[in-house]
Write a protein that binds this ligand. Structure first.
Ligand SMILES: COc1cc(/C=C/C(=O)SCCNC(=O)CCNC(=O)[C@H](O)C(C)(C)COP(=O)(O)OP(=O)(O)OC[C@H]2O[C@@H](n3cnc4c(N)ncnc43)[C@H](O)[C@@H]2OP(=O)(O)O)ccc1O
Ligand SMILES: O=C(O)CCC(=O)C(=O)O
Ligand SMILES: [Fe+2]
Length: 359
């Protein structure tokens, strides 16, 4: 049968060839002007965002970082990390031009021809530290996600100069470097909230020894209600610093229940969330909370998370200071790269990754 514009990708191998092998991504699908979502992206009902589960009157905290050392501000940061696992920060000293430049650079990267972006795919990239991809783990997913991404793991300025795409390299490095000040402030406050007063070099390396920046591109989707931009997951980081554009679509789970709260875009703000590594190191005091992104029928959307992590070879577990104070550990010691590999080997599955470290 001849392909139709409604479903030219009835055959999954044709879809894989176009989206993954040729590097067109979902951006390429979106730009074909399809009238219906290819069936490979149709998510089961329980994974779609249902309006009746959204609580419009709720909101995650918004914290002004200009007086971050003030005990009231510090308390609101620790409370937000314990209760919500998510908050937004304003007046954080990352210059607005740096944020605007990295958003422009994201559009520039995804605007490159498919064959140029595809040079950074898993198959063609000269390093595992630079990866252009689509969905989350397409080989492990029953239903694909409507998102393309570029993932940049930072090793050194030299490696970035040699390997990262030139259209976004400087802007991502600048965003990462300028964010370090607020990352350190947040970690200092969060550690103090656990009665860990000194962040020595070893502890700093454990909390923020590696960084990965992803550029996420969610193209306009023909049937947004049938799919997801990103499925329910918690991040495996210590902290994530997320820059989103003005479109919206990020939802956070409220108190482990069935209700979801929208994270409204605020110009110049950054969204902060606790990742699994901090949940484990804080012995469950700070919570990495499930979140998801809806697809959008009218607009393209971008976001730029910085995942602040331990180093791959670090062993993570409840911090010794917490155990010394008499707390019973609820997590075991795990090698961080084993934890991350476990996350990347399966489709998004909410909070299940943390089970890998549970005692
Ligand atoms: C993409 O959509 C996402 C991503 C996310 C991400 C959320 C985070 O919190 S990312 C922070 C992760 N932490 C780190 O990167 C720091 C620690 N790094 C490591 O431990 C290692 O660098 C490594 C990530 C484990 C890779 O080590 P390596 O020795 O190179 O291992 P491999 O065998 O090559 O890879 C293992 C496995 O993972 C897949 N993978 C690797 N990198 C990525 C990547 N950047 N994005 C997606 N998948 C990746 C790789 O393909 C391997 O899988 P196979 O099936 O091929 O075996 C949140 C939400 C999203 O939607
Ligand atoms: O795009 C967003 O708002 C969130 C993306 C996300 O959760 C992630 O990349 O881990
Ligand atoms: Fe996430």
């Amino acid at each position: 049968m001849a392909p139709t514009l409604a479903d030219p990708f009835h055959d999954s191998s044709a879809l894989r060839e176009f989206v993954i092998n040729q590097g067109n991504g979902v951006k390429g699908l979106s730009e074909l002007g399809l009238t219906a979502l290819p069936k490979q992206y149709i998510q089961p009902l329980e994974e779609r965002t249902c309006m009746s589960n959204i609580v419009p009157q709720e909101s995650i905290p918004i914290i002004d970082m200009s007086n971050w050392e003030d005990p009231h501000v510090a308390k609101s940061i620790c409370d937000a990390a314990s209760k919500w696992g998510f908050f937004q920060i304003v007046n954080h000293d990352v210059p607005i031009e740096v944020l605007e430049n990295v958003k422009d650079a994201t559009y520039k990267f995804f605007g490159l021809p498919a064959e140029v972006k595809n040079k950074y795919s898993k198959e063609q990239s000269s390093s595992n530290n630079v990866r252009f991809g689509t969905s989350f783990t397409p080989q492990a997913e029953k239903a694909l996600e409507w998102k393309d991404y570029l993932s940049l793991f930072y090793v050194s300025e030299e490696e970035a100069s040699a390997l990262w795409p030139s259209v976004c390299r400087e802007q991502v490095l600048d965003y990462m470097n300028k964010s370090k000040v607020v990352i350190k402030q947040l970690l200092q406050v969060l550690m103090k909230g656990l009665n860990v007063d000194e962040i020595n070099d070893t502890k700093e390396s454990l909390l923020m020894g590696s960084m990965r920046t992803n550029l996420n591109y969610y193209p306009k989707c023909p049937n947004p209600e049938l799919t997801v931009g990103v499925g329910r997951h918690s991040d495996v980081s210590t902290l994530t610093i997320l820059l989103q554009d003005e479109i919206g679509g990020l939802f956070v789970r409220e108190n482990d229940g069935d209700n979801w709260i929208h994270v409204p875009p605020i110009k110049g703000s950054l969204v902060i969330n606790v990742g699994d590594a901090l949940q484990i190191m804080s012995n469950g005091r700070y919570r990495s909370v499930e979140h998801r992104v809806v697809a959008n029928g009218s607009n393209n959307r971008i976001s730029v998370p910085i995942f602040v992590n331990p180093r791959p070879a670090d062993v993570i577990g409840p911090l010794p200071e917490l155990i010394a104070s008499g707390e019973k550990p609820i997590y075991k010691q795990v090698i961080y790269s084993d934890y991350v590999k476990h996350f990347f080997r399966k489709a998004h599955d909410g909070k299940k990754t943390v089970g890998f470290a549970e005692l």
